[in-house]
Design a protein around this ligand. Sequence first.
Ligand SMILES: *Cc1c(COP(=O)(O)O)cnc(C)c1O
Length: 362
Amino acid sequence: MTTQIRPQPGIMDIALYEGGQAHVAGVSDAIKLSSNENPFGCSDKAKEAFQRAGHKLHRYPNTDHAGLRQAIGDVHGLDPDRIICGVGSDEIIHFLCQAYAGPRDEVVFTEHGFLMYRISTMAAGATPVSVPERERTTDVDAILAACTKKTRLVFIANPNNPTGTMIGLAELERLAKGLPKQAILVIDGAYAEYVEGYDGGAELATRLPNVFMTRTFSKIYGLGGLRIGWGYGPREIIDVLNRIRGPFNMSTPQLEVGEAAVRDQDWVKRCRDDNTRLRAWLAEALAEKGVPSDTSTANFILARFASEEEAAACDTYLKSEGLIVRRVAGYNLPNCLRITVGDEPSCRRVAHLIGLFKAGAA
Ligand SMILES: *Cc1c(COP(=O)(O)O)cnc(C)c1O
């Protein structure tokens, strides 16, 4: 029987997202530095909350997420009524595209921007517009030049993944104020907690009517497996997103663990301090071995090799030694490898192996 069942136009053009590899054939205890996960895991308070939530799994979760929104609001000094929670910040990105972009609309992001922006844009039937960066850094003027009367959303990860670079709040404000009237600036703060004293764009999203911020529990909170994210911005935008959000999008464990995790800021500070120290050590160790990187503000380093062939060969060698990093050719960075800052032994091991590789001893 032949059918005429077809997905919406554009859906089959979406390239499947590939997560960081987790296993190497033949290696049982590979070190995974491919997904920017917290090597120390999540806080004990979060683990205890997860245990407790196990006793209530027969009950539906609440639909208003009031407890988690209140906790986030308390910790960040934000109005809980302007917060929305989602299944990872991926879901918030998805809501934004579904709600604000459709056929004939354009969604702007940068050439080395996070892949989910393109996927969610195309899922909504809208047109992705990729803008050049300057030396692997967001270029506000290039973005403003790319905006048209069709632009509905502009996504900037700050710090950006996979480059690790970021721009200042004054530049973000200049971008927001220069956008066409119908466009929203989305500041993705997935790595904001790694930057001491940076609010992720919260103050801008409080003050300006066209700025929205997304955040996640997947990175510094060490909860990537649980899928918790949130968004914050103008009340009007929150109201729109809540209309397309499934009432039970967040499970009880997500809500309760998120609440416990966000209230444990001591854990966040310890993880930030460790990351800052180990990141500096790793960047310097790699530079000494002839592998430069831009100054990273996140929990990974974008290591630059002489060529695409050299990056690929180094990746293959590291894998053969049980160490998984991330190839970023799909981010238009074929000569680079993205390396998550792991614990101290992992940092030493990756630096040692790359040193052997560069010395031709591998
Ligand atoms: C990891 C990451 C996220 C987080 O996604 P979740 O769905 O919250 O796990 C968001 N944006 C960027 C740029 C990221 O690197």
